[in-house]
Design a protein around this ligand. Structure first.
Ligand code: F6R
Ligand code: MG
Ligand code: MG
Length: 389
């Protein structure tokens, strides 16, 4: 079969394998080490093409190939690239070298081992624009709000109303990352149910989006949550996403538009604070202030015969200057809360905490207080919420 008709797979696999000056930015030598591994694999025909980059302290491998999603060859290759980059990180004494490689043993798939993975397989259209989003200092649910706007909000995406190819809407696959369950919800019919879930982005994460009329894949997000994998703080998830654009999918401009609003996301400083998601070009893809604020980069490619043509650094544009300024303003506002919620995350979401030790130390000093009522504690979200007629 000709390459044009074969299904191509785009795999974005990322990991924090150590960085320069704390958790600030990836060292160029580790990018080189990973690139060498991928260049060799390209020469051997394992992958068709690749682009290696970084956002903040996360090393990003963007690859195309014909082996489908979850391919042991491709995941093994990414693992090898991260291992080689880790060697360099260790030689250079970079900070937190090897941090996201939670296991020494690779067994066919990097999912669950630490790296984040977003992959999609499709038959290339005659011209196939994609946008690869990469975020630092946040969690996978950070994509919930922008993906909702892109694929379900006509005030963002004009095409939902006026492009007949999109007018039927999209189907959202939502993961419950606590329970390991998944549900598909159709927009616009089930918008309110969809929002009831994805408004809790720490638990309900949009994993994939499909175009309803033909079930074509439109978007995919990495959903790995490191603290849920390791059971303790080991670094932030710093998710990635791939979105297809144009010709019956949202236009690139509709795909980027939600990021003109720097919404609040979880994951800033010690994975324990909310902050605004600042859209930046690659040159500003580094985290400084209070280890942030959280950043997001968008690289546009044309996928052509399996090759990655590009990238276009899409947020490197004065059109996003106001969003950056607003993000900085919000960052200042949030910072002034110091250790108080809602800047600091709730106790169940914090990745660093001393609360158990503090409570243990104070346990004999807590004395009975007369509240005047018997408190009824709601145990979970499912149980909470008053019933109104
Ligand atoms: C890492 C991150 C940082 C660290 C913080 C403390 O991606 O988000 O904010 O959590 O710099 O790091 P350690 O504990 O390594 O000193
Ligand atoms: Mg990071
Ligand atoms: Mg990190």
């Amino acid at each position: 079969m000709s390459e044009e008709r074969r299904k191509v797979t785009v795999s974005v696999i990322k990991a924090d394998i150590g960085s320069l000056a704390g958790h600030h930015k990836v060292h160029p030598d580790t990018i080189l080490a990973a690139s060498r591994v991928l260049a060799e694999a390209k020469k051997k025909g394992v992958i068709k093409d690749f682009y290696v980059t970084h956002v903040g302290d996360d090393l990003q491998l963007i690859m195309t190939h014909y082996k489908g999603v979850d391919s042991p060859d491709i995941h093994g290759l990414a693992w090898e690239a991260f291992k080689e980059a880790t060697k360099v990180a260790k030689e250079l004494g970079l900070y937190a070298a090897g941090q996201d490689l939670l296991s020494d043993a690779f067994s066919g798939n990097v999912r669950g081992l630490g790296p984040g993975v977003a992959e999609m397989e499709f038959v290339e259209r005659p011209a196939e624009p994609i946008v690869v989003f990469m975020a630092d200092k946040t969690e996978p649910g950070a994509f919930n709000l922008p993906l909702y706007k892109i694929f379900a909000d006509p005030f963002n995406t004009a095409g939902l109303v006026i492009d007949p190819r999109m007018h039927d809407g999209f189907v959202f696959e939502v993961l419950d990352v606590f329970e390991g369950k998944m549900v598909r919800l159709a927009a616009p019919e089930e918008l309110y149910d969809l929002l009831a879930l994805i408004g809790t982005p720490g638990r309900y994460v949009i994993k994939r989006v499909y175009r309803k009329r033909d079930n074509e894949i439109a978007a995919v997000v990495s959903s790995e949550r490191l603290n849920l994998i390791a059971g303790k703080y080991v670094g932030k998830d710093d998710p990635v996403a791939i979105v297809r654009a144009q010709s019956g999918f949202p236009a690139v401009g509709e795909v980027l538009e939600p990021f003109s609003f720097p919404h609040l996301v979880a994951g800033w400083m010690r994975g324990s604070h909310h902050g605004p998601l600042m859209p930046v070009g690659l040159k500003d893809a580094k985290c400084t202030r209070f280890d942030g604020p959280p950043r997001i980069v968008a690289l546009g490619f044309q996928v052509h015969n399996g090759n990655l043509i590009g990238p276009a650094d899409l947020f490197d544009d004065p059109a996003f200057d106001e969003a950056r300024r607003l993000a900085q303003f919000i960052a200042d506002y949030m910072r002034r809360h110091g250790p108080f919620m809602p800047h600091r995350l709730g106790p169940e979401e914090m990745e660093y905490t001393t609360l158990p030790q503090v409570l243990e130390r104070l346990k004999d000093r807590f004395v009975k207080a007369e509240l005047g009522y018997k408190p009824v504690i709601k145990r979970s979200e499912e149980l909470s919420g008053a019933e109104h007629d």
